[in-house]
Write a protein that binds this ligand. Structure first.
Ligand SMILES: [Zn+2]
Length: 48
């Protein structure tokens, strides 16, 4: 089983999604790179 990975668009650091994604109470998801601190807000999540 492959774990989903996210690649930072700024420094290309690759991390597991669970390490870099934070779910907010309003269902937005924030990506924050643990290496360079790059932040992406309001990531669209796939919903059925
Ligand atoms: Zn980064």
């Amino acid at each position: 089983m492959k774990l989903p990975k996210a690649v930072c668009p700024d420094c290309s650091d690759e991390r597991e999604l669970s390490d870099v994604l934070t779910a907010q109470a309003n269902q937005n998801v924030i990506y924050q790179c643990a290496k360079c601190g790059y932040i992406v807000r309001n990531i669209q999540t796939s919903k059925g």
